[in-house]
Design a protein around this ligand. Sequence first.
Ligand SMILES: Cc1ncc(COP(=O)(O)O)c(C=O)c1O
Length: 382
Amino acid sequence: MEPIYLDHAATTPIRSEVRAAILPFLDARFGNPSSTHRWGREARAALEEARERVAGALGAQRREIVFTSGGTEADNLAVLGRWRAARHAGGAAVACSAIEHKAVLGALHAAGDEGAEALLLAVDADGVLDVGALDETLAARPAVVSIMWANNEVGTLQPVEAVAARCRAAGVCFHSDAVQAFGKVPVRVDRVPVDLLSISAHKIGGPKGIGALYVRAGTELEPLVHGGTQEGGLRPGTESVALAAGMGVAAELAAREQREEARRLAALRDRLEGALLERIADAVVNGGGAPRLPQILNLSIPGVERDALLMSLDMEGVAISTGSACQSGVVEASHVLLAMGRALPGETAVRFSLGRTTTEREIEQVIEIVPRVVERVRELAG
Ligand SMILES: Cc1ncc(COP(=O)(O)O)c(C=O)c1O
């Protein structure tokens, strides 16, 4: 049996169209976009074409897209860059949900070290932010509120439209990390009034090492690194034209195929979810009571040891994870499940994340393998 990759939330295989878009820039088209000669002009044109594609995919203007080294840097630039720009104007706090990716949480804590009051907003048992609780936070006039579009571990969609509207009404800058949501649900900055929004190429069939921050025109940010004037001065350094070209194509395809792909993935995920719940005694879907991304299934399974389960599945050819890649290897309870009150002793939570290459046949195989492996691991433990 061919191994089955169900860890698309960690990263995705590069699409052939993306690879083809990247290769010329690793070869003859090697120019620096800041150079004024023909090599430079050619590189500049390619970079701006990539920016146009990303902007189009998000419903943004080309000049509102800042290329970064990935989702992590985009999140840091949004939260920390916004804090540093706003603190001079009297901003005293930064706020985010308790289930943000570590990139946002880390940036929030860094702002805290620089004197910001760091506010963490609670979520309910399904991993969804309580919008009502936001009003008190907005009264503190935070420099930025950061609420992810959808969570990377349990897949729950956050009420970003309501949050955006409240932030807008209060005159508070709103950032959303859409790294997992983009390409799976509609993410349009012309429909939802976010001020800042992060995406990452390697989650949508693009290359690792590049992402983008959407910065609504007029939003003040301070760069985190200093140097030249590239990327509007917000991200100095010679641009990676090759990776940007790849991201442009990946973003365009992801937006174009989103609706159809979401329908396909939801059907596969629902089939997997239903069958595993039927066959694994006492398994519980984390976030199951809330609207979720179509590609993620997070299951708590009592009576199995985390590493034993993951290793046994890997040996059977099934690659899944226990949440965010950043946590793999570190045995600590997931901050997301903790915030949901779902990090229970004696339970292991596993994440199945489907993607463009996932087939019905693979899902049927996984439905056969996983319950058998769980039973074996439970017997060994018991
Ligand atoms: C929600 C979320 N935000 C940010 C990131 C970080 O993105 P990158 O790997 O491009 O730094 C990830 C990646 O796991 C993610 O899932």
